[in-house]
Each structure stands twice: as C-alpha cells, then as structure tokens.
Design a protein around this ligand. Structure first.
Ligand code: ATP
Ligand code: MG
Length: 369
C-alpha cells in the first residue's frame, strides 16, 4: 500500500496459542504510542487466521485475509500454528499462512536483531556486549525444497538447495544497507557484514559467497567478513561482540538466529521481521507456546519489540520521523521495564503476568512524555 505518510493500515494476525495474548499487549502499546506521537495514525485491522481457524473452518487463511495483508502497509503477526495442526499429507498448517505470505509477498529477508538487554541475565561467560543483526535469506536455499517436496526413493532421501545470484544479491544488499545505518559492531564500532556459509564444502555456498563478494565490492566503506557456519556457532558464544550484520542462506540463518536468541536471554525477547521491497511482516521469533497459552504467562517483549521494528520499517520506508520516533519510544519503554526488573514474566525470573508487563511498558511510555 502507498498511503499518506503518517497514516498507516496494519493488519494484525493474532493467531494461535499465546499469539492473541501478546498481540493484545502489542496493540495496547501501539495505541498509546499513537496517542503520544503527533502526526502518527495507525488503523489496525485484525483478522482471524491460523491453526484454530483451520480447525473450525477448514481454511487457515481466507483469501480475504490474504488480500488485506497484501494491501496493508504492514502485517503484525502474533504466532501461527499448533503442534498437531497438520494436513493429511503431513504439512503443517502454519505454512498456509506464513509461507503463503512469505512467498506471495516476496518477503525475501528475515531480519533478527540480537542484542544484550538490560536486566536480563547474561547467558554467556565474559559478559561481552552483543549487538548484531542476522539477515536470513527467506525464500530459497535449502528450504526451497519445502515448496518442491522431498524425494524419497526407498532408502534414500534428498533435498535440493537453490541459490540464485539474484536472491543472494538482494539479501546481501539488505545486509549492507543495515550496516550503513547501524553504529558498527560493539567491539570497536567498525561497520562490518559477515557472510556465513560452507563455501569449503558445497559449491552452492561458494556461489553464495561469490555473489556476496560482488555486493561487498560496491560497499568499500564497510568491512567484509567470511565465516564457515560451524565456526560461526562457536564464535557466537566466544566473541559475539565481533559481529555487526550477519547474512546467511535460509537454513543457516534459521539455525544461527535461534542460537543467537539463546545468547541474549531466550525466545521471549527475540523480535523478527520478514521484509521485501514492497511488504513487511513482523512477528516474534518464537512460536505459539501451547504449553503456556491461555494463562497470561507469556513474555510480551518479543512481540512488542517486533511492533517497534514495524514502526521503524514504516518510518525508514516513508521517510516518516513520527513513525521512527514511535519505534524509539517503544524500544526505550521496553528496555526500561526490563532494566527495572520488577514487572517481568516468569521466563525472566519474575512473577508478572503478560498483561501486567504490557501495562508496565505502557506506563513507561507515559513516563517518557
Ligand atoms: P514453532 O514450531 O512455532 O517454532 P516451537 O515448538 O519451536 O514453536 P515455541 O512456541 O517457540 O516452540 O516455544 C518454545 C518454548 O519457549 C516453550 O517452552 C515456550 O513456552 C517458550 N516460549 C516461547 N515463547 C515464549 C514467550 N513469549 N514467553 C515465555 N515463554 C515462551
Ligand atoms: Mg521453533
């Protein structure tokens, strides 16, 4: 959509499990920031999609909801999917929503910020500062097989990795663009993009690296870095302050971003975005957490920080200072609540409910004004 700057339509898909609980919090926070920031208006259009909807109607996401997502300025997703919600052929129902949107809207870059947060117990020895962002190629790579199906012939199963020059270039350009606007790595402020691959073993990853290098050649002001994925997992633990922006093929990006989330306090804190040239979808990195759903126990932080990413993305895209300011306000309010540590959920060692932590974030927003 190309609406007037400052006036956006956001489609909310609360989804399954804890999705509706954390989406309630996110929308309260969004409402309040819209009240506080002059020149910002957001119309939220909520739609029922996901595994529960599939169980009751046979369709996880009606076309009408897809169309609303396609014409919205951004999509805010809680959590889609439940463990046993599968089609007769075994495919998970969440793909009907997440993969359909990811592919049809060409959300080719998965963006996952990784940063140490105040008040959150340091899970790494040494307490090195962590502040990097993982950019994951989202629509090809080894997971491209998922759309083509797996070949199983008797005793052998194979999958095909697909690396295209165009796809690799696009995601590398997103990575260098992020490095340009960020403040550099924690270690020494140097701007750097790290390409994670397995170029020593597979020609597909060597190709990924060569295309990455072509893009790096066009950004001589930013340092380039290469690392094999196995070494990367050790470095994420041993020297996380070395990284600024990290770009990886689909499966490697999936793995290193889960590891990254664990190094900074767990899934309840990990925000994420799936973006392309024309659309953006924002959701926490975690799933629907059915084990704690319906009990007001979920940590809303990942969802609230994903909402901040949504506003930041709108702000950059539309050159809209109000949206950028709103994103910064939500971020600061959330960090304040984490730093104080008195109103945090059980996963962070506290005893606050999801609702109470959300209300504390709203109160922190009010306190800034
Ligand atoms: P998916 O397949 O959708 O990725 P998953 O099976 O990997 O889901 P999650 O739903 O992400 O699992 O949950 C993994 C664990 O983390 C669960 O024990 C869950 O309770 C916990 N968890 C996830 N999100 C949160 C949250 N926001 N707050 C507290 N705990 C969470
Ligand atoms: Mg998972």
């Amino acid at each position: 959509g190309w609406q007037q700057v400052g006036n956006y339509t956001v489609v909310a898909l609360p989804g399954d499990g804890i999705g509706p609980e954390i989406t309630d919090v996110a929308l309260k926070v969004l409402d309040r920031v819209v009240e506080l920031v002059p020149g910002l208006d957001v119309t939220v259009d909520s739609h029922d999609a996901g595994a529960e909807r599939w169980r009751s109607t046979g369709v996880a996401m009606p076309d009408e909801t897809f169309d609303a997502c396609e014409s919205a300025d951004a999509i805010l997703m809680g959590a889609i999917g439940l463990p046993d919600a599968r089609h007769p052929d075994g495919r998970e129902v969440n793909g009907d929503v997440i993969f359909r949107l990811r592919f049809a809207l060409d959300l080719f870059a998965g963006i996952r910020p990784v940063r140490s947060l105040p008040g959150v117990a340091d899970t790494l020895a040494g307490g090195k500062p962590i502040d990097y962002v993982v950019v994951r190629e989202n629509v090809e790579g080894l997971y491209a097989s998922r759309t083509g199906g797996t070949n199983v012939r008797g005793e052998v199963a194979t999958d095909t990795i697909v690396i295209t020059a165009n796809g690799t270039r696009k995601v590398s350009e997103i990575a260098f663009g992020l490095a340009t606007k960020r403040g550099g790595r924690p270690l020494d402020g140097r701007k750097m993009v790290t390409c994670v691959d397995k170029a020593n073993v597979l020609s597909s990853y060597a190709f990924f690296r060569s295309v990455f290098d072509q893009v790096a050649d066009e950004h001589t002001d930013i340092e380039r870095d290469h690392v094999y994925v196995d070494a990367m997992t050790a470095f994420q633990v041993q020297r996380p302050d070395h990284y600024d922006v990290v770009v990886a093929e689909n499966m490697f990006g999936d793995i290193i971003s889960d590891l990254a989330a664990a190094t900074v306090g767990g899934l309840g804190l990990a925000a994420s975005a799936d973006v392309g040239y024309d659309h953006g979808m924002f959701q926490p990195a975690h799933g629907s957490a059915p084990d704690i759903a319906g009990r007001d126990l979920a940590n809303p932080t990942a969802m609230v920080l994903s909402t901040a990413m949504l506003l930041d993305w709108l702000g950059e895209r539309h050159d809209d200072k109000a949206a950028l300011e709103a994103a910064a306000k939500i971020d600061a309010a959330t960090l304040k609540v984490l730093a104080e540590g008195t109103t945090v959920t059980a996963d962070l060692g506290g005893s606050a409910s999801c609702t109470a932590m959300g209300d504390a974030i709203v109160a922190a927003l009010d306190g800034q004004a």
